[in-house]
Write a protein that binds this ligand. Structure first.
Ligand code: GLP
Length: 241
């Protein structure tokens, strides 16, 4: 694993955006695996700035997002489809038809997951997967205890994730309790993985995930077994090492 130490969130975002840009420049029709949460917002802002300057072209890029809340429609501001449109897709020249997010409105979980697995396969695999890190070590919505061999599946969110994400909803009742997520197996099949982490509140889980044993209780720890992982973290997130 390569580790890049950033001074702060801004620098972490610039380094991550640089790595994603390099991927797009080397392979203009690449497949990017994308993430939501507060961690990647700065990265997406930087990519938009470089697009606006004429340095980046998304016209042939395909994107596959990690996850979506079950039950939220694309026009719900808390849905991950809405997040992606708002922070990236509506701001660059990507073809919307090539941007994939699990269908939160598909009530049949088996169908939603099978459809998404087919999309990932039909795209020919993910060139570069961007990941944030949940406070409990989750990646996508693969919560502690998730089997490492799963593809896209429906998960019951843990209380810790519901609590962490409650800041985005006006009441706890509004927070979905289930989500569709790419599984660990699908994530591990990406050719390259880019993890971004910032803030003191992630320091303990960074230590456990990347410098400890590899139990399913810390889903991100499995990334230690991937041959091409770059961790870009700010000093606070690395402060316990
Ligand atoms: C959510 C997402 C994850 C993300 C995590 C961390 O649970 N499903 O993909 O990595 O939040 O979020 P943040 O970046 O806001 O800490």
């Amino acid at each position: 694993m390569k580790i890049k130490i950033a001074e702060d969130y801004y620098q972490m975002s610039r380094i991550a955006a640089n790595i994603i840009s390099a991927q797009i420049i080397i392979k203009p029709d690449c497949v990017l695996g994308l993430a939501t949460g507060s961690s990647p917002i700065g990265t997406y802002n930087q990519l938009v700035r470089w697009y606006e300057k004429g340095d980046l072209d998304f016209s042939e890029v395909t994107t596959i997002n990690l996850d979506e809340y079950k039950g939220l429609s694309p026009d719900n501001p808390q849905s991950y489809r809405y997040f992606m449109n708002h922070h990236l897709f509506d701001r660059v020249n990507i073809q919307k038809s090539r941007t994939y997010v699990p269908d939160g409105l598909e009530a049949d979980a088996e169908k939603a997951c099978a459809d998404y697995n087919a999309i990932i396969k039909n795209c020919g695999g993910i060139d570069l997967q961007l990941l944030g890190l949940g406070r409990n070590g989750h990646i996508g919505f693969n919560e502690p205890g998730a089997a490492f061999e799963k593809e896209t599946h429906c998960v019951n969110l843990t209380q810790s994730t519901i609590d962490a994400n409650s800041r985005f909803f006006s009441s706890e009742e509004e927070i979905p309790k289930q989500a569709y997520t790419m599984g660990i197996k699908s994530i591990m099949q990406a050719h390259k993985i880019l993890v971004i982490v910032n803030g003191i509140q992630k320091a303990e889980i960074v230590k456990q995930a990347f410098f400890g044993p590899i139990p399913p209780q810390v889903p991100a720890s499995v990334l230690q077994l991937h041959p091409d992982v770059t961790l870009v973290a700010d000093k606070e997130a690395l402060s316990l090492l």
